[in-house]
Design a protein around this ligand. Structure first.
Ligand code: 5BU
Length: 271
């Protein structure tokens, strides 16, 4: 894998070493969202997260309602929705209850601690009120984690860091990757895992989330790079994140079902 060459030796996963089931790992989790996510994966037999990158409220809710039975979580980019209103959030929460999934807002916070606290709680989206998990870049240093954590822990929320990214020539490599992982370990009551292309830590309470997953490996014109679900999970991913591979399919329910089955079978091979 391209990025493994740039990882510090201590982070190179020679072989994926994950023997425990998601259910067993729920027992290791110290953060309530991580625990719920592991339990949901085990109960629903799915490690699929659908990236619902749809820009109209009605179509977005229809997609989420249709794929909901097949996912452990739905990932949103709430700021791409043209006709956003608070009713969208209420309907999203209702679908999360009906279909039993976690809500992950892919906000990728990237500012100083004080500013991200405002972005997390205030403005139109009030993300902390409804998103079980959010993610953040580590480029500002640990203050970004502390800022989000001070808000998130009081609401039983969780944070995912980005020691790696999927896009071509991204700068999340080497020392940056290593420091990001170390901060996750330092704040492990709130940071539950990583956006990663392969396993970065052995401690199985951490989750590895992999975007840039597609069965067809089509790529795009803007630097996205894809792994198949089989390769991602073989190399230590716990949750595959699929966007266009599902919502651009002719039948997105059938596509979600297919990714669910492939993802689950790949996981069963690993444990
Ligand atoms: P795709 O349509 O499956 O390529 O969508 C991938 C989604 O995952 C999209 O919402 C991205 O913003 C998101 N993503 C990513 O592709 N790569 C990354 O490293 C991170 C997020 Br972090």
């Amino acid at each position: 894998m391209q990025q493994s060459e740039t990882l510090a030796p201590s982070l190179k996963a020679t072989n994926c070493a994950k023997s425990l089931t998601y259910g067993q790992r729920a027992q290791l989790a110290t953060n309530p969202v991580a625990k719920r996510l592991f339990e949901t994966m085990e109960r629903k037999r799915t490690n699929l997260i659908v990236s619902a990158d749809v820009t109209e409220k009605k179509a977005l809710l229809e997609l989420i309602d249709a794929v909901g039975p097949h996912v452990c979580a739905i990932k949103t980019h709430i700021d791409i929705v043209n006709d956003f209103d608070w009713d969208l959030i209420e309907q999203l929460q209702q679908l999360a209850r009906i279909h039993d999934f976690i809500i992950f807002e892919d906000r990728k916070f990237a500012d100083i601690g004080n500013t991200v606290q405002l972005q997390y709680q205030q403005g139109i989206y009030r993300i902390a009120e409804w998103a079980d998990m959010v993610n953040a870049h580590s480029v500002p240093g640990p203050g970004i984690i502390e800022g989000l954590r001070a808000v998130g822990l009081t609401k039983n929320r969780a944070l995912i860091l980005l020691p790696q990214m999927s896009s071509k020539d991204n700068l999340a490599t080497g020392d940056y990757t290593q420091k990001t992982v170390a901060w996750a370990q330092q704040y492990d009551d709130f940071v539950i895992g990583f956006i990663a292309r392969q396993q970065l830590v052995e401690d199985q309470k951490f989750l590895h989330f992999t975007p840039g997953v597609q069965l067809a490996l089509k790529g795009d014109a803007l630097g996205q790079q894809y792994l198949t679900p089989q390769v991602a999970i073989r190399d230590g991913s716990d949750c595959i994140i699929v966007g266009r591979g599902i919502y651009h399919a002719d039948n997105y329910v059938a596509a979600a079902q297919e990714y669910q089955v492939v993802g689950w079978e790949s996981y069963l091979k690993r444990i």
